[in-house]
Every structure is written in structure tokens, then in C-alpha cells.
Design a protein around this ligand. Sequence first.
Ligand SMILES: Nc1ncnc2c1ncn2[C@@H]1O[C@H](COP(=O)(O)OP(=O)(O)OP(=O)(O)O)[C@@H](O)[C@H]1O
Ligand SMILES: O=C(O)[C@H](O)COP(=O)(O)O
Length: 398
Amino acid sequence: MTTRTIRDLSAADLAGKRALVRVDFNVPLDEAGAVSDDTRITAALPTITTLLDQGAKVVLLAHFGRPKGAPEAKYSLAPVATRLKQLLPRPVHFLGETIGAAAVAATHALADGEVLLLENTRFLAGEEKNDDALSQQLAELGDLYVNDAFGAAHRAHASTAGVAKYCRPAVAGLLMERELAYLGGALAAPARPFVAILGGSKISGKIDVVEALLPKVDHLLIGGAMACTFFRAMGCETGNSLVEPDRLEMAKDLLARAGDKLVLPVDAMIAPSMDAGSDARVVGRESIPAGEAMFDIGPASVAQYRALIESARTVLWNGPMGVFEKPPFDAGTFAVARAMAVATDHGATTIIGGGDSAAAVAEAGLESKMSHVSTGGGASLEFLEGKDLPGVSALDLR
Ligand SMILES: Nc1ncnc2c1ncn2[C@@H]1O[C@H](COP(=O)(O)OP(=O)(O)OP(=O)(O)O)[C@@H](O)[C@H]1O
Ligand SMILES: O=C(O)[C@H](O)COP(=O)(O)O
């Protein structure tokens, strides 16, 4: 059984109806308070326009930042509404309320083909508690519920999960469907060889995904600071590198169990500090001296990872290979992005698991060269860990 989507609804299900659509518009703002990356807004447009084209009125719910259950001006969705108006050539209204008589009246005042964005759901005390009374109030805003907020699907909140009980049908949007198809497809039936690449700062944040992926992949390539915890577990000196001492036993156990599948960097780009890029040099992984730290994988590791990635038929990547925000420690991360682009050209399915890796791919200008760039960092990790996503399990099955 799979999740029902808006494609399972007929025009009669939608015409004249108020579609209550939960989106993930949690986007960054620049210093002037304008949206600086509209990827998540753009990603929701196919669902919005599909609903509008079938004669529905679209009521959008979204969270923004982490206010503590009460209004805070800096977390208003107003700048997002401004960008949405620029991106969507349809009438778009914004209301500084989320629930209550004014909000419900505004949804009824919409003409077919119009859009209403309501204020930040996290201004409401019951949102993050998945409060039942709030879920019922939210349900008054629509005649059907569509969840397209993959990036927030790992949150069991009133607007992502609870509301689906009271606003039916409750179906997935096109972005949600696409995310689940790519990530789920890689896990369920990957074309082989299947290579996963995991990086980032801490092994503790990725251990569940390492465990979940190991039985499924042909090669699991490790980068980022988490490689250093493995180095230490192998008995290497790691200088000032970021190591999690309380994870050493776990790393040893993984090394023993994983065998050849787990591929660690053979060399490291080191420096006295991450701000001392001009002093960066390459050493073997066993030769990281006291007073210096690994900030990227080295060129021999890049060559090995590139060969494995370019000959794979499914590639999944989450987490940068180094401190990619600070050149020259961006080399490993960008090399992985380029190798994945080559793999796509060879016919592989290439998936970026959101977060920092998605940012790196965007910075390299390679987004369009990937089969899929996830809009969810935390959500994609939890999905890959095999966890249930409350925003998905609340929806109807077909
Ligand atoms: N060798 C290293 N030493 C110190 N920091 C590192 C190293 N390699 C990578 N990092 C840092 O790790 C951070 C990313 O780690 P994180 O675990 O948050 O990754 P992520 O999963 O991509 O992020 P997100 O949670 O946004 O999805 C980056 O800011 C990067 O600079
Ligand atoms: O930005 C995200 O990852 C999602 O929008 C979820 O946001 P949250 O981590 O504040 O729940």
C-alpha cells in the first residue's frame, strides 16, 4: 500500500474546494529580511498550480523558524508571501492570522484559483504538541488536506499530522510524492552498485543511518569529521580533529562488522585551524600530528571515492566531506558533487539528502545534474534511518 496523493483525486474532488496545503517554507532570509534561497518555495509550486488548475482554492500552512508557540515579528511569513507572489502568477493573499474566525472567513472569501498564505503555525501554542483541539481548528480551514511539507514530515505537529484526522481526504502533494519515490526507491530496490556517502560533523548524528544503510549498500564512503572518530578507533593519532570519544567503541564495532563495505579516507587535508587554509597540507590518515586537525579528505581519497561514485548506478549523499564553507577545505565536497554529476550522465540515479550537501551542490551549480535534491535535511535522514515519518503516516493510503 502506498500513500494517496493529489493525483488520485478527480477534478470533481477539487473544483470549488478549499485545499488546505501544508508546505515547508522554512527558508533563509538575507540581512535585508528578504528570502535568500527560494528552493523550497519553488519546489511546492507544482502542487499549488495543479490544485489551482483543477479549480481549487489553495490555503497554505507553513512554519518558519523556531518561535516558542507565540507570535514573534522576526518569524512572520510575510517575506515568504512577498516571494511567493513573485513566483506564482496567480492572486496570492497573506493573512497575519493562522486560525480563528478571521482566518476561516478569509478561506471562504477566496475565489477559485486563488491562494491564501496563513501566518506561521508555530505562533500557536498547540502546534508542536500536536494538540488535538488545534488540529480541529486547523481542519476548519479546508475541505481537504494536502501535505507537501516533506522537510517537516518528521515532526508530529498539529499542522503536519494531527489535522489529517479531521480534514479528509488527506493526501500527499507532488513534492512529497517525489521525495518518497526517490528516497524510498533507493532503499527498496536500488540499481547496483549502490554507493552511499556520509559526511558531516558528528558520527553520533549519523550512526542510525550508517546502521540502516550498511546492509543495503555495496559501498559506504565516509567523510567529514566523523571519519576522525573511525581513525581514532583504528588506533591512529588524530591531533586536534573533531573526535567523539564516547563513540569510539561503537566505531570499533562498526569497523569489525562492516568489512570492506565501509570505505574510510586514506589521506587527510590538515591545518592548525580551519581558518589557516593557507597552511593546509596533505598527510596520510595515520599521520595527523598533534596541534593540527583534519578539515577535509585528501586527494588520494577523492580519487578513490570518485572512481566508486562514477561507476555506481545508485548514489545517495548526505553530509559534506570537509569544512566546505572554507576553501581549500571545500575540495573533497565539491569533488563528490562533480563525481555524482558524472554518474548521472552515465545513467545513475543520484540523490542528495538535503541539508549541507544540498547547499554544496547548489553552490557548485550542479543541482540540475542530480536526479533528485531533497528539500528535507532532518526528514531525509530520519527516512533513511527507517523511521516512520508522522507527516506521511497520517495520510490516506491507496
Ligand atoms: N573535518 C571536519 N572538521 C570539522 N567540521 C567539519 C569537518 N567536516 C565537515 N565539517 C562540518 O560539518 C558540518 C555539517 O555537519 P552536519 O552533521 O550538520 O551535516 P549535514 O547532515 O549535512 O547537515 P544538516 O543537518 O544541515 O543536514 C559543516 O558545517 C562542516 O563544516
Ligand atoms: O528546515 C527544516 O529542516 C524543516 O523545515 C524542519 O524545521 P525544524 O527542524 O525547525 O522542525
